[in-house]
Write a protein that binds this ligand. Structure first.
Ligand SMILES: Nc1ncnc2c1ncn2[C@@H]1O[C@H](COP(=O)(O)OP(=O)(O)OP(=O)(O)O)[C@@H](O)[C@H]1O
Length: 608
Protein backbone atom coordinates (compact mmCIF):
# COMPACT_ATOMS: atom_id res chain seq x y z
CA UNK A 1 0.00 0.00 0.00
CA UNK A 2 1.20 3.39 -1.11
CA UNK A 3 1.14 5.02 2.32
CA UNK A 4 2.17 2.37 4.87
CA UNK A 5 5.92 2.40 4.47
CA UNK A 6 6.43 5.49 6.66
CA UNK A 7 7.10 5.15 10.37
CA UNK A 8 5.49 7.56 12.83
CA UNK A 9 8.88 9.22 13.31
CA UNK A 10 9.25 9.84 9.56
CA UNK A 11 5.81 11.37 9.32
CA UNK A 12 6.38 13.46 12.44
CA UNK A 13 9.70 14.81 11.17
CA UNK A 14 8.29 15.67 7.77
CA UNK A 15 5.21 17.34 9.21
CA UNK A 16 7.45 19.48 11.41
CA UNK A 17 9.45 20.61 8.44
CA UNK A 18 6.20 21.32 6.57
CA UNK A 19 5.12 23.53 9.50
CA UNK A 20 8.51 25.24 9.86
CA UNK A 21 7.58 28.46 8.01
CA UNK A 22 4.96 29.11 10.71
CA UNK A 23 7.29 28.49 13.64
CA UNK A 24 6.76 31.99 15.09
CA UNK A 25 3.00 31.47 15.27
CA UNK A 26 3.56 28.06 16.80
CA UNK A 27 5.96 29.56 19.33
CA UNK A 28 3.30 32.15 20.24
CA UNK A 29 0.80 29.35 20.73
CA UNK A 30 3.25 27.48 22.92
CA UNK A 31 3.84 30.56 25.11
CA UNK A 32 0.09 31.07 25.49
CA UNK A 33 -0.19 27.38 26.31
CA UNK A 34 2.54 27.70 28.95
CA UNK A 35 0.52 30.44 30.69
CA UNK A 36 -1.81 27.67 31.60
CA UNK A 37 0.84 26.26 33.91
CA UNK A 38 0.99 29.08 36.56
CA UNK A 39 -2.77 29.44 36.32
CA UNK A 40 -3.25 25.78 37.03
CA UNK A 41 -0.90 26.13 40.00
CA UNK A 42 -2.89 29.08 41.34
CA UNK A 43 -6.33 27.55 40.67
CA UNK A 44 -6.77 25.66 43.99
CA UNK A 45 -5.33 28.57 46.03
CA UNK A 46 -8.63 30.48 46.60
CA UNK A 47 -10.14 27.30 48.06
CA UNK A 48 -7.18 26.80 50.42
CA UNK A 49 -7.30 30.45 51.58
CA UNK A 50 -11.09 30.26 52.10
CA UNK A 51 -10.90 27.03 54.10
CA UNK A 52 -7.76 27.71 56.13
CA UNK A 53 -7.87 31.49 56.67
CA UNK A 54 -11.54 32.49 56.26
CA UNK A 55 -13.20 29.45 57.84
CA UNK A 56 -10.22 28.30 59.92
CA UNK A 57 -7.68 30.31 61.84
CA UNK A 58 -4.56 29.74 59.76
CA UNK A 59 -2.63 32.86 58.70
CA UNK A 60 -2.75 33.96 55.09
CA UNK A 61 0.11 32.75 52.90
CA UNK A 62 3.11 34.98 53.58
CA UNK A 63 3.00 36.83 50.22
CA UNK A 64 -0.59 37.90 51.04
CA UNK A 65 -0.15 38.29 54.78
CA UNK A 66 1.33 41.81 54.38
CA UNK A 67 -2.00 42.98 52.96
CA UNK A 68 -3.78 42.42 56.27
CA UNK A 69 -2.37 43.99 59.42
CA UNK A 70 -5.30 43.66 61.82
CA UNK A 71 -5.92 40.05 62.87
CA UNK A 72 -9.63 40.71 63.65
CA UNK A 73 -10.19 41.61 60.01
CA UNK A 74 -8.35 38.50 58.83
CA UNK A 75 -11.31 36.16 58.06
CA UNK A 76 -13.07 38.86 56.03
CA UNK A 77 -9.86 39.88 54.26
CA UNK A 78 -9.05 36.23 53.53
CA UNK A 79 -12.51 35.77 52.03
CA UNK A 80 -12.04 38.94 49.95
CA UNK A 81 -8.62 37.73 48.78
CA UNK A 82 -10.03 34.29 47.90
CA UNK A 83 -12.93 35.95 46.06
CA UNK A 84 -10.73 38.42 44.17
CA UNK A 85 -8.21 35.73 43.29
CA UNK A 86 -10.92 33.37 41.97
CA UNK A 87 -12.43 36.10 39.76
CA UNK A 88 -9.03 37.34 38.53
CA UNK A 89 -7.93 33.81 37.65
CA UNK A 90 -11.17 33.20 35.78
CA UNK A 91 -10.84 36.46 33.78
CA UNK A 92 -7.18 35.90 32.90
CA UNK A 93 -8.04 32.30 31.98
CA UNK A 94 -10.79 33.45 29.60
CA UNK A 95 -8.56 36.09 27.96
CA UNK A 96 -5.86 33.45 27.53
CA UNK A 97 -8.36 31.03 25.97
CA UNK A 98 -9.64 33.74 23.61
CA UNK A 99 -6.15 34.66 22.41
CA UNK A 100 -5.30 30.98 22.04
CA UNK A 101 -8.43 30.30 20.00
CA UNK A 102 -7.72 33.14 17.56
CA UNK A 103 -4.06 32.29 17.07
CA UNK A 104 -4.79 28.56 16.88
CA UNK A 105 -7.45 29.02 14.21
CA UNK A 106 -5.30 31.37 12.15
CA UNK A 107 -2.18 29.21 12.35
CA UNK A 108 -4.10 25.98 11.79
CA UNK A 109 -5.79 27.31 8.66
CA UNK A 110 -2.53 28.67 7.27
CA UNK A 111 -0.72 25.38 7.89
CA UNK A 112 -3.46 23.35 6.25
CA UNK A 113 -3.75 25.70 3.31
CA UNK A 114 -0.01 25.57 2.61
CA UNK A 115 0.06 21.77 2.80
CA UNK A 116 -3.07 21.44 0.64
CA UNK A 117 -1.59 23.78 -1.97
CA UNK A 118 1.60 21.67 -2.03
CA UNK A 119 -0.37 18.45 -2.44
CA UNK A 120 -2.62 19.97 -5.11
CA UNK A 121 0.37 21.27 -7.07
CA UNK A 122 1.96 17.86 -6.91
CA UNK A 123 -1.25 15.99 -7.81
CA UNK A 124 -1.38 18.00 -11.04
CA UNK A 125 2.16 17.00 -11.86
CA UNK A 126 1.53 13.30 -11.36
CA UNK A 127 1.27 11.09 -14.40
CA UNK A 128 -2.08 10.24 -15.91
CA UNK A 129 -1.10 6.62 -15.27
CA UNK A 130 -1.13 7.34 -11.52
CA UNK A 131 -4.57 8.94 -11.68
CA UNK A 132 -5.88 6.17 -13.97
CA UNK A 133 -4.71 3.63 -11.43
CA UNK A 134 -5.93 5.31 -8.25
CA UNK A 135 -8.94 7.27 -9.45
CA UNK A 136 -9.06 11.05 -9.29
CA UNK A 137 -10.91 11.08 -5.98
CA UNK A 138 -8.07 9.37 -4.18
CA UNK A 139 -5.94 12.48 -4.65
CA UNK A 140 -8.91 14.74 -3.81
CA UNK A 141 -9.41 12.97 -0.51
CA UNK A 142 -5.76 13.17 0.39
CA UNK A 143 -5.71 16.89 -0.42
CA UNK A 144 -8.92 17.76 1.42
CA UNK A 145 -9.15 15.33 4.32
CA UNK A 146 -5.57 14.29 5.02
CA UNK A 147 -3.78 17.64 4.69
CA UNK A 148 -5.09 18.99 8.04
CA UNK A 149 -2.84 16.41 9.74
CA UNK A 150 -0.16 19.10 9.78
CA UNK A 151 -2.20 21.11 12.28
CA UNK A 152 -3.35 18.04 14.19
CA UNK A 153 0.24 17.12 14.87
CA UNK A 154 1.60 20.58 15.70
CA UNK A 155 -1.28 22.55 17.19
CA UNK A 156 -3.28 19.72 18.73
CA UNK A 157 -0.34 17.41 19.36
CA UNK A 158 3.03 18.90 20.23
CA UNK A 159 1.88 22.15 21.83
CA UNK A 160 -0.57 20.60 24.34
CA UNK A 161 2.01 17.92 25.14
CA UNK A 162 4.75 20.51 25.80
CA UNK A 163 2.46 22.80 27.79
CA UNK A 164 1.11 19.86 29.81
CA UNK A 165 4.65 18.60 30.46
CA UNK A 166 5.74 21.96 31.91
CA UNK A 167 2.58 22.09 34.04
CA UNK A 168 3.24 18.55 35.18
CA UNK A 169 6.76 19.38 36.35
CA UNK A 170 5.51 22.50 38.21
CA UNK A 171 2.71 20.56 39.90
CA UNK A 172 4.99 17.77 40.99
CA UNK A 173 7.48 20.26 42.41
CA UNK A 174 4.86 22.22 44.39
CA UNK A 175 3.13 19.07 45.63
CA UNK A 176 6.46 17.61 46.72
CA UNK A 177 7.24 20.78 48.70
CA UNK A 178 3.91 20.44 50.55
CA UNK A 179 3.89 16.65 50.98
CA UNK A 180 6.47 14.54 49.12
CA UNK A 181 4.71 11.24 49.90
CA UNK A 182 1.56 12.37 48.12
CA UNK A 183 3.63 13.68 45.21
CA UNK A 184 5.38 10.30 44.96
CA UNK A 185 2.05 8.43 44.78
CA UNK A 186 0.78 10.80 42.07
CA UNK A 187 4.02 10.46 40.16
CA UNK A 188 4.09 6.67 40.41
CA UNK A 189 1.12 6.35 38.05
CA UNK A 190 2.79 8.26 35.21
CA UNK A 191 4.96 5.39 33.88
CA UNK A 192 1.99 3.02 34.01
CA UNK A 193 -0.14 5.48 32.04
CA UNK A 194 2.61 6.07 29.47
CA UNK A 195 3.08 2.33 29.03
CA UNK A 196 -0.66 1.85 28.49
CA UNK A 197 -0.60 4.69 25.93
CA UNK A 198 2.18 3.09 24.00
CA UNK A 199 0.37 -0.24 23.75
CA UNK A 200 -2.79 1.68 22.83
CA UNK A 201 -1.04 3.51 19.95
CA UNK A 202 0.30 0.24 18.54
CA UNK A 203 -3.14 -1.36 18.60
CA UNK A 204 -4.98 1.55 17.04
CA UNK A 205 -2.47 2.50 14.34
CA UNK A 206 -3.41 -0.06 11.63
CA UNK A 207 -7.10 0.59 12.29
CA UNK A 208 -6.68 4.30 11.58
CA UNK A 209 -4.82 3.51 8.35
CA UNK A 210 -7.68 1.29 7.26
CA UNK A 211 -10.33 3.79 8.33
CA UNK A 212 -8.81 6.63 6.27
CA UNK A 213 -8.47 4.36 3.25
CA UNK A 214 -12.05 3.13 3.45
CA UNK A 215 -13.36 6.64 4.01
CA UNK A 216 -11.61 7.81 0.83
CA UNK A 217 -13.06 4.91 -1.14
CA UNK A 218 -16.55 5.66 0.19
CA UNK A 219 -16.44 9.34 -0.67
CA UNK A 220 -15.19 8.48 -4.15
CA UNK A 221 -18.60 6.95 -4.84
CA UNK A 222 -20.23 10.32 -4.09
CA UNK A 223 -17.82 12.10 -6.39
CA UNK A 224 -18.26 9.57 -9.18
CA UNK A 225 -22.06 9.58 -9.02
CA UNK A 226 -22.47 13.35 -8.80
CA UNK A 227 -20.13 13.89 -11.74
CA UNK A 228 -22.24 11.62 -13.97
CA UNK A 229 -25.62 12.35 -12.42
CA UNK A 230 -27.35 12.61 -15.80
CA UNK A 231 -26.53 8.98 -16.58
CA UNK A 232 -27.47 7.78 -13.10
CA UNK A 233 -30.84 9.54 -13.32
CA UNK A 234 -31.48 8.42 -16.90
CA UNK A 235 -31.00 4.78 -15.88
CA UNK A 236 -32.90 5.26 -12.63
CA UNK A 237 -30.00 3.92 -10.56
CA UNK A 238 -30.15 6.41 -7.68
CA UNK A 239 -31.29 3.67 -5.26
CA UNK A 240 -28.51 1.33 -6.36
CA UNK A 241 -25.87 4.03 -5.93
CA UNK A 242 -27.20 4.97 -2.49
CA UNK A 243 -27.02 1.30 -1.49
CA UNK A 244 -23.45 1.05 -2.85
CA UNK A 245 -22.53 4.10 -0.78
CA UNK A 246 -24.26 2.72 2.32
CA UNK A 247 -22.48 -0.65 1.92
CA UNK A 248 -19.06 0.98 1.87
CA UNK A 249 -20.03 3.35 4.68
CA UNK A 250 -20.95 0.38 6.85
CA UNK A 251 -17.38 -0.88 6.56
CA UNK A 252 -16.10 2.55 7.64
CA UNK A 253 -18.52 2.51 10.57
CA UNK A 254 -17.40 -0.99 11.58
CA UNK A 255 -13.74 0.10 11.55
CA UNK A 256 -14.48 3.29 13.47
CA UNK A 257 -16.51 1.35 16.01
CA UNK A 258 -13.58 -0.99 16.49
CA UNK A 259 -11.31 2.03 17.03
CA UNK A 260 -13.82 3.48 19.51
CA UNK A 261 -13.89 0.14 21.36
CA UNK A 262 -10.08 0.05 21.58
CA UNK A 263 -10.00 3.68 22.73
CA UNK A 264 -12.75 2.97 25.25
CA UNK A 265 -10.90 0.01 26.74
CA UNK A 266 -7.68 1.92 27.14
CA UNK A 267 -9.47 4.98 28.54
CA UNK A 268 -11.11 2.66 31.05
CA UNK A 269 -7.75 1.21 32.08
CA UNK A 270 -6.11 4.63 32.33
CA UNK A 271 -9.10 6.01 34.26
CA UNK A 272 -8.86 3.09 36.66
CA UNK A 273 -5.16 3.68 37.33
CA UNK A 274 -5.79 7.40 37.85
CA UNK A 275 -8.76 6.74 40.15
CA UNK A 276 -6.66 4.33 42.22
CA UNK A 277 -3.90 6.93 42.52
CA UNK A 278 -6.38 9.68 43.51
CA UNK A 279 -8.02 7.44 46.10
CA UNK A 280 -4.62 6.50 47.55
CA UNK A 281 -3.64 10.18 47.76
CA UNK A 282 -6.94 10.94 49.49
CA UNK A 283 -6.45 8.14 52.01
CA UNK A 284 -2.83 9.09 52.80
CA UNK A 285 -3.79 12.78 52.87
CA UNK A 286 -6.55 12.21 55.43
CA UNK A 287 -4.11 10.22 57.59
CA UNK A 288 -1.63 13.12 57.33
CA UNK A 289 -4.32 15.66 58.36
CA UNK A 290 -5.23 13.50 61.34
CA UNK A 291 -1.57 13.25 62.25
CA UNK A 292 -1.27 17.04 62.00
CA UNK A 293 1.25 16.91 59.13
CA UNK A 294 -1.18 18.81 56.85
CA UNK A 295 -3.93 21.37 57.43
CA UNK A 296 -7.33 20.71 55.86
CA UNK A 297 -6.77 23.56 53.38
CA UNK A 298 -3.39 22.10 52.43
CA UNK A 299 -5.04 18.73 51.86
CA UNK A 300 -7.56 20.36 49.52
CA UNK A 301 -4.71 22.20 47.80
CA UNK A 302 -2.73 18.98 47.38
CA UNK A 303 -5.78 17.05 46.18
CA UNK A 304 -6.30 19.87 43.65
CA UNK A 305 -2.68 19.55 42.55
CA UNK A 306 -2.82 15.78 42.36
CA UNK A 307 -5.80 16.07 40.02
CA UNK A 308 -3.85 18.68 38.11
CA UNK A 309 -0.92 16.27 37.90
CA UNK A 310 -3.15 13.52 36.60
CA UNK A 311 -4.83 16.01 34.23
CA UNK A 312 -1.63 16.78 32.26
CA UNK A 313 -0.72 13.08 32.28
CA UNK A 314 -4.12 12.42 30.75
CA UNK A 315 -3.69 15.27 28.24
CA UNK A 316 -0.28 14.01 27.20
CA UNK A 317 -1.37 10.41 26.76
CA UNK A 318 -4.59 11.40 24.97
CA UNK A 319 -2.69 13.70 22.63
CA UNK A 320 -0.18 10.95 21.92
CA UNK A 321 -2.90 8.44 21.06
CA UNK A 322 -4.91 10.88 18.98
CA UNK A 323 -1.72 11.60 17.06
CA UNK A 324 -2.28 8.17 15.48
CA UNK A 325 -5.08 9.50 13.30
CA UNK A 326 -2.83 12.41 12.28
CA UNK A 327 0.00 10.02 11.43
CA UNK A 328 -2.36 7.84 9.38
CA UNK A 329 -3.44 10.94 7.43
CA UNK A 330 0.19 12.09 7.14
CA UNK A 331 1.23 8.72 5.69
CA UNK A 332 -1.42 9.12 2.98
CA UNK A 333 -0.48 12.73 2.25
CA UNK A 334 3.24 11.93 1.93
CA UNK A 335 2.34 8.82 -0.06
CA UNK A 336 0.93 11.18 -2.67
CA UNK A 337 3.79 13.66 -2.45
CA UNK A 338 6.39 10.93 -2.90
CA UNK A 339 4.95 9.69 -6.17
CA UNK A 340 7.33 10.81 -8.84
CA UNK A 341 5.91 13.47 -11.08
CA UNK A 342 4.54 12.95 -14.56
CA UNK A 343 7.72 12.99 -16.55
CA UNK A 344 10.57 14.65 -14.78
CA UNK A 345 12.84 16.89 -16.80
CA UNK A 346 16.28 15.46 -17.37
CA UNK A 347 19.01 17.54 -15.75
CA UNK A 348 20.20 18.51 -19.24
CA UNK A 349 16.69 19.05 -20.65
CA UNK A 350 16.77 21.44 -23.57
CA UNK A 351 14.55 24.48 -23.97
CA UNK A 352 12.24 24.69 -26.94
CA UNK A 353 10.90 27.95 -28.33
CA UNK A 354 8.53 27.25 -31.17
CA UNK A 355 8.89 23.89 -32.91
CA UNK A 356 8.68 23.59 -36.67
CA UNK A 357 6.40 20.56 -36.20
CA UNK A 358 8.20 17.58 -37.80
CA UNK A 359 7.05 14.45 -35.95
CA UNK A 360 8.50 10.98 -36.11
CA UNK A 361 7.42 7.79 -34.34
CA UNK A 362 10.32 5.36 -34.36
CA UNK A 363 9.46 1.73 -33.56
CA UNK A 364 7.14 2.80 -30.76
CA UNK A 365 5.66 0.17 -28.44
CA UNK A 366 3.41 1.05 -25.52
CA UNK A 367 1.39 -0.72 -22.84
CA UNK A 368 -0.63 0.77 -19.99
CA UNK A 369 0.57 -0.59 -16.66
CA UNK A 370 0.02 -4.33 -16.62
CA UNK A 371 -2.39 -4.22 -19.56
CA UNK A 372 -1.89 -5.66 -23.00
CA UNK A 373 0.06 -3.82 -25.64
CA UNK A 374 -1.78 -0.69 -26.82
CA UNK A 375 0.71 0.27 -29.56
CA UNK A 376 2.95 -2.16 -31.37
CA UNK A 377 5.91 -1.23 -33.55
CA UNK A 378 4.49 2.07 -34.80
CA UNK A 379 6.78 4.00 -37.11
CA UNK A 380 5.96 6.97 -39.28
CA UNK A 381 7.21 10.44 -40.03
CA UNK A 382 5.47 13.65 -40.99
CA UNK A 383 6.93 16.95 -42.12
CA UNK A 384 5.92 20.27 -40.54
CA UNK A 385 2.43 21.43 -41.44
CA UNK A 386 1.17 17.99 -42.48
CA UNK A 387 -2.43 17.28 -41.59
CA UNK A 388 -2.75 13.69 -40.50
CA UNK A 389 -6.10 11.97 -40.13
CA UNK A 390 -6.06 8.99 -37.75
CA UNK A 391 -8.71 6.34 -38.24
CA UNK A 392 -9.29 2.88 -36.84
CA UNK A 393 -11.81 0.83 -34.93
CA UNK A 394 -12.66 1.64 -31.36
CA UNK A 395 -9.97 0.66 -28.87
CA UNK A 396 -7.36 0.38 -31.63
CA UNK A 397 -4.95 2.90 -30.06
CA UNK A 398 -5.72 6.24 -31.73
CA UNK A 399 -5.98 8.23 -28.51
CA UNK A 400 -2.97 6.42 -27.11
CA UNK A 401 -0.93 7.55 -30.09
CA UNK A 402 -1.65 11.23 -29.50
CA UNK A 403 -1.28 10.83 -25.72
CA UNK A 404 2.28 9.66 -26.33
CA UNK A 405 2.93 12.61 -28.60
CA UNK A 406 1.90 15.07 -25.85
CA UNK A 407 4.02 13.00 -23.44
CA UNK A 408 1.12 12.11 -21.19
CA UNK A 409 2.90 8.77 -21.23
CA UNK A 410 6.33 7.70 -22.48
CA UNK A 411 6.75 4.81 -24.92
CA UNK A 412 7.59 1.44 -23.37
CA UNK A 413 10.07 1.01 -26.21
CA UNK A 414 11.16 3.17 -29.14
CA UNK A 415 11.16 6.94 -29.45
CA UNK A 416 9.08 9.85 -30.61
CA UNK A 417 10.93 12.77 -32.16
CA UNK A 418 9.90 16.36 -32.59
CA UNK A 419 12.02 18.27 -35.10
CA UNK A 420 14.46 15.36 -34.99
CA UNK A 421 14.92 15.37 -31.19
CA UNK A 422 13.54 12.81 -28.74
CA UNK A 423 10.59 14.30 -26.82
CA UNK A 424 12.22 13.21 -23.55
CA UNK A 425 15.16 15.53 -24.24
CA UNK A 426 12.99 18.66 -24.12
CA UNK A 427 11.81 20.53 -21.05
CA UNK A 428 8.34 19.19 -20.44
CA UNK A 429 6.72 22.62 -20.01
CA UNK A 430 8.25 23.82 -23.30
CA UNK A 431 7.18 20.66 -25.07
CA UNK A 432 3.58 20.96 -23.92
CA UNK A 433 3.58 24.57 -25.12
CA UNK A 434 3.81 23.26 -28.67
CA UNK A 435 0.31 21.76 -28.58
CA UNK A 436 -3.25 22.93 -28.80
CA UNK A 437 -5.86 20.29 -28.05
CA UNK A 438 -9.52 20.04 -28.91
CA UNK A 439 -11.31 17.05 -27.47
CA UNK A 440 -14.44 15.17 -28.39
CA UNK A 441 -16.17 16.44 -25.24
CA UNK A 442 -15.09 20.08 -24.90
CA UNK A 443 -13.74 20.91 -21.48
CA UNK A 444 -14.78 24.27 -20.05
CA UNK A 445 -14.12 25.53 -16.55
CA UNK A 446 -16.55 27.33 -14.26
CA UNK A 447 -15.27 30.77 -15.23
CA UNK A 448 -16.19 33.46 -17.78
CA UNK A 449 -16.17 32.77 -21.51
CA UNK A 450 -13.17 35.10 -21.89
CA UNK A 451 -11.22 33.19 -19.23
CA UNK A 452 -12.08 29.91 -20.93
CA UNK A 453 -10.85 31.11 -24.32
CA UNK A 454 -7.68 32.51 -22.74
CA UNK A 455 -7.02 29.30 -20.78
CA UNK A 456 -3.96 28.40 -22.86
CA UNK A 457 -2.71 32.01 -22.98
CA UNK A 458 -3.71 33.83 -19.79
CA UNK A 459 -1.89 37.00 -20.90
CA UNK A 460 -4.04 37.44 -24.02
CA UNK A 461 -5.70 40.84 -24.51
CA UNK A 462 -9.43 41.23 -24.87
CA UNK A 463 -8.92 42.01 -28.54
CA UNK A 464 -6.95 38.81 -29.16
CA UNK A 465 -9.66 36.82 -27.38
CA UNK A 466 -12.35 38.39 -29.56
CA UNK A 467 -10.31 37.69 -32.72
CA UNK A 468 -9.94 34.05 -31.73
CA UNK A 469 -13.69 33.87 -31.12
CA UNK A 470 -14.30 35.40 -34.55
CA UNK A 471 -12.03 32.81 -36.16
CA UNK A 472 -14.01 30.10 -34.40
CA UNK A 473 -17.27 31.72 -35.55
CA UNK A 474 -18.55 32.12 -32.03
CA UNK A 475 -18.03 35.85 -31.55
CA UNK A 476 -21.53 36.82 -32.60
CA UNK A 477 -23.08 34.31 -30.26
CA UNK A 478 -20.98 35.58 -27.35
CA UNK A 479 -21.60 39.22 -28.16
CA UNK A 480 -25.35 38.51 -28.13
CA UNK A 481 -25.24 37.26 -24.53
CA UNK A 482 -26.31 39.83 -21.88
CA UNK A 483 -22.90 39.69 -20.25
CA UNK A 484 -20.93 38.97 -23.41
CA UNK A 485 -17.44 37.63 -22.78
CA UNK A 486 -17.96 37.95 -19.01
CA UNK A 487 -20.75 35.34 -19.03
CA UNK A 488 -20.07 32.65 -16.47
CA UNK A 489 -20.45 29.25 -18.14
CA UNK A 490 -21.22 27.21 -15.01
CA UNK A 491 -19.59 23.96 -13.97
CA UNK A 492 -18.02 22.31 -17.04
CA UNK A 493 -19.79 24.90 -19.23
CA UNK A 494 -23.16 23.27 -18.64
CA UNK A 495 -25.21 26.38 -19.50
CA UNK A 496 -24.01 26.17 -23.13
CA UNK A 497 -24.93 23.71 -25.87
CA UNK A 498 -22.42 21.08 -27.04
CA UNK A 499 -21.78 23.02 -30.29
CA UNK A 500 -21.24 26.32 -28.43
CA UNK A 501 -18.85 24.67 -26.03
CA UNK A 502 -16.94 23.12 -28.92
CA UNK A 503 -16.57 26.45 -30.70
CA UNK A 504 -15.29 28.07 -27.55
CA UNK A 505 -12.71 25.33 -27.25
CA UNK A 506 -11.77 25.93 -30.91
CA UNK A 507 -11.37 29.64 -30.12
CA UNK A 508 -9.06 28.57 -27.30
CA UNK A 509 -7.00 26.57 -29.79
CA UNK A 510 -6.85 29.55 -32.22
CA UNK A 511 -5.63 31.82 -29.45
CA UNK A 512 -3.04 29.31 -28.32
CA UNK A 513 -1.52 29.45 -31.82
CA UNK A 514 0.55 26.33 -31.26
CA UNK A 515 2.55 24.67 -34.07
CA UNK A 516 0.95 21.26 -33.44
CA UNK A 517 -2.75 20.66 -33.21
CA UNK A 518 -4.40 17.59 -31.70
CA UNK A 519 -8.06 17.09 -32.50
CA UNK A 520 -9.74 14.08 -30.91
CA UNK A 521 -13.05 13.51 -32.67
CA UNK A 522 -13.94 17.20 -32.42
CA UNK A 523 -17.25 16.90 -34.25
CA UNK A 524 -18.61 13.68 -32.84
CA UNK A 525 -20.72 15.32 -30.14
CA UNK A 526 -22.47 17.86 -32.37
CA UNK A 527 -25.30 17.60 -34.91
CA UNK A 528 -24.79 17.54 -38.68
CA UNK A 529 -25.50 21.26 -39.21
CA UNK A 530 -23.09 22.38 -36.50
CA UNK A 531 -20.59 19.86 -37.79
CA UNK A 532 -20.46 21.58 -41.18
CA UNK A 533 -19.62 24.91 -39.56
CA UNK A 534 -17.06 23.36 -37.23
CA UNK A 535 -15.32 21.49 -40.07
CA UNK A 536 -14.96 24.79 -41.87
CA UNK A 537 -13.43 26.38 -38.79
CA UNK A 538 -11.15 23.38 -38.37
CA UNK A 539 -9.82 23.84 -41.91
CA UNK A 540 -8.63 27.32 -41.01
CA UNK A 541 -7.31 26.26 -37.65
CA UNK A 542 -5.17 23.54 -39.23
CA UNK A 543 -3.50 25.89 -41.69
CA UNK A 544 0.26 25.98 -41.20
CA UNK A 545 0.16 23.55 -38.26
CA UNK A 546 1.10 19.92 -38.02
CA UNK A 547 -2.25 18.38 -37.18
CA UNK A 548 -3.32 15.01 -35.86
CA UNK A 549 -7.03 14.56 -36.12
CA UNK A 550 -8.79 11.46 -34.84
CA UNK A 551 -12.12 11.00 -36.54
CA UNK A 552 -14.71 8.43 -37.37
CA UNK A 553 -16.66 10.66 -39.72
CA UNK A 554 -15.12 11.06 -43.16
CA UNK A 555 -16.40 14.63 -43.42
CA UNK A 556 -14.11 15.64 -40.54
CA UNK A 557 -11.08 14.36 -42.45
CA UNK A 558 -11.75 16.48 -45.48
CA UNK A 559 -8.85 18.84 -44.79
CA UNK A 560 -6.29 16.10 -44.17
CA UNK A 561 -3.23 15.51 -46.32
CA UNK A 562 -2.72 11.94 -45.24
CA UNK A 563 -4.65 9.37 -43.37
CA UNK A 564 -3.19 6.65 -41.18
CA UNK A 565 -5.06 3.65 -39.92
CA UNK A 566 -4.46 1.89 -36.64
CA UNK A 567 -5.73 -1.57 -35.95
CA UNK A 568 -5.08 -3.41 -32.68
CA UNK A 569 -2.26 -1.00 -31.92
CA UNK A 570 -0.52 -1.57 -35.25
CA UNK A 571 -0.19 0.81 -38.13
CA UNK A 572 -2.30 -0.58 -40.98
CA UNK A 573 -1.65 -0.34 -44.71
CA UNK A 574 -1.82 3.08 -46.30
CA UNK A 575 -5.27 4.27 -47.20
CA UNK A 576 -5.44 4.50 -50.98
CA UNK A 577 -7.83 7.42 -50.86
CA UNK A 578 -5.79 9.02 -48.11
CA UNK A 579 -4.72 12.40 -49.49
CA UNK A 580 -8.18 13.82 -49.84
CA UNK A 581 -7.10 17.37 -50.15
CA UNK A 582 -5.32 19.01 -53.04
CA UNK A 583 -2.52 20.05 -50.76
CA UNK A 584 0.86 18.41 -51.49
CA UNK A 585 1.10 15.25 -49.49
CA UNK A 586 1.97 11.63 -50.09
CA UNK A 587 2.08 8.32 -48.37
CA UNK A 588 4.70 5.69 -48.91
CA UNK A 589 5.20 2.38 -47.26
CA UNK A 590 8.66 1.00 -46.73
CA UNK A 591 8.17 -2.36 -45.09
CA UNK A 592 6.58 -1.44 -41.81
CA UNK A 593 7.76 2.16 -41.99
CA UNK A 594 5.16 4.69 -42.86
CA UNK A 595 6.09 8.14 -44.05
CA UNK A 596 4.23 11.25 -45.06
CA UNK A 597 6.20 13.90 -46.88
CA UNK A 598 4.44 17.20 -47.42
CA UNK A 599 6.91 18.17 -50.15
CA UNK A 600 5.89 15.45 -52.60
CA UNK A 601 3.34 16.21 -55.24
CA UNK A 602 -0.24 15.11 -55.11
CA UNK A 603 0.13 13.84 -58.70
CA UNK A 604 2.64 11.22 -57.56
CA UNK A 605 0.35 10.20 -54.77
CA UNK A 606 -2.49 9.60 -57.09
CA UNK A 607 -0.22 7.79 -59.53
CA UNK A 608 0.96 5.40 -56.85
N1 LIG B 1 -5.74 4.52 -19.10
C1 LIG B 1 -5.74 3.30 -19.60
N2 LIG B 1 -5.32 2.26 -18.85
C2 LIG B 1 -5.29 1.01 -19.35
N3 LIG B 1 -5.65 0.70 -20.61
C3 LIG B 1 -6.09 1.69 -21.41
C4 LIG B 1 -6.15 3.04 -20.94
N4 LIG B 1 -6.61 3.81 -21.95
C5 LIG B 1 -6.83 2.99 -22.99
N5 LIG B 1 -6.52 1.72 -22.67
C6 LIG B 1 -6.57 0.54 -23.57
O1 LIG B 1 -5.67 0.78 -24.65
C7 LIG B 1 -6.23 0.40 -25.89
C8 LIG B 1 -6.25 1.59 -26.85
O2 LIG B 1 -7.11 2.59 -26.32
P1 LIG B 1 -7.35 3.97 -27.04
O3 LIG B 1 -8.12 4.83 -26.12
O4 LIG B 1 -6.06 4.49 -27.53
O5 LIG B 1 -8.26 3.54 -28.28
P2 LIG B 1 -8.99 4.46 -29.36
O6 LIG B 1 -8.61 3.92 -30.67
O7 LIG B 1 -8.72 5.89 -29.09
O8 LIG B 1 -10.51 4.11 -29.03
P3 LIG B 1 -11.84 4.98 -29.29
O9 LIG B 1 -11.98 5.17 -30.76
O10 LIG B 1 -12.89 4.10 -28.75
O11 LIG B 1 -11.67 6.25 -28.53
C9 LIG B 1 -7.62 -0.14 -25.56
O12 LIG B 1 -7.52 -1.55 -25.50
C10 LIG B 1 -7.94 0.40 -24.21
O13 LIG B 1 -8.74 -0.49 -23.49
Amino acid sequence: MLSCRYSDVDVFRRLLSQAAPHRLHLLGLLLIGLLWSPMALLAPLPLKIAVDSAVGAEPLPSFLGALVSNSSERPLAALAVAFGLAVALAVVGQVRSFAELLLRTYTGEQLTLAFRARLFRHAQRLSLAYHDRNGSFDATHRILSDAPCVQWVTIYGIIPVLAASVTLIGMIYVTAVIDWQLAAVALAVSPIIFLLSRIHSRCVRPCWDQSRRLEGATLSIVQEVLSVLRVVKAFGREGHETERFARRSRRVIATNLWIAAINGWFDLLKGLVIALAAATVLAIGVLHVRAGILSLGELLLVIGYVWQILGPVHTITNSLSSLQVAFAAGRRAFGLLDQSADADDRPDARPLGRAAGAVEFREVYFRYDEGRSALHDVSFRVTPGTRVGIVGPTGSGKTTLVNLLIRFYDPTHGAILLDGVDLRAYRLADLRNQFAIVLQEPVLFSASIADNIAYGRPDATHREIAEAAQAAQVHEFIAGLPEGYDTQVGERGMILSGGERQRISLARAFLRNAPILILDEPTSSVDARTEGAIVEVLGRLMEGRTTFIIAHRLSTLIHCDVRIRIDHGRLGPAEREAPINTRPGVLTLKGGFFEAFGGWSRARTVDR
